[in-house]
Design a protein around this ligand. Sequence first.
Ligand code: FES
Length: 113
Amino acid sequence: MSAPIDVGALEDFPAGEAIVAEVGDTMVCLARVDDDVFAVHNTCTHALEGMGGGYVDGDCIECPRHGALFSLRTGEAMTPPATKALPTFPVDVRDGRVLVTPTPSIPHPILDR
Ligand code: FES
């Protein structure tokens, strides 16, 4: 497993905002839920829209293009038109810093096939 990458201070991730960061060679979308930060692949599994700027609703994120809802915790596609899960990435908050391990939970169902 690759070493975690520091993507910023916890305060750089206000609740309700979907923020994109480069983690290794992958763009990930990060969103804070309470004191946790979750990271999903930034590319929607429906039609490849960037998830950054998507609406964060509780522990889910809505794709800004067609509105599919994904779980930030598991990456699961909760509503159509997306049917395939987003890869997630392990996030650790340590000493006020947000660390993302650049190892996806699953291959991206479109980009990695
Ligand atoms: S591109 Fe994300 S729901 Fe269509």
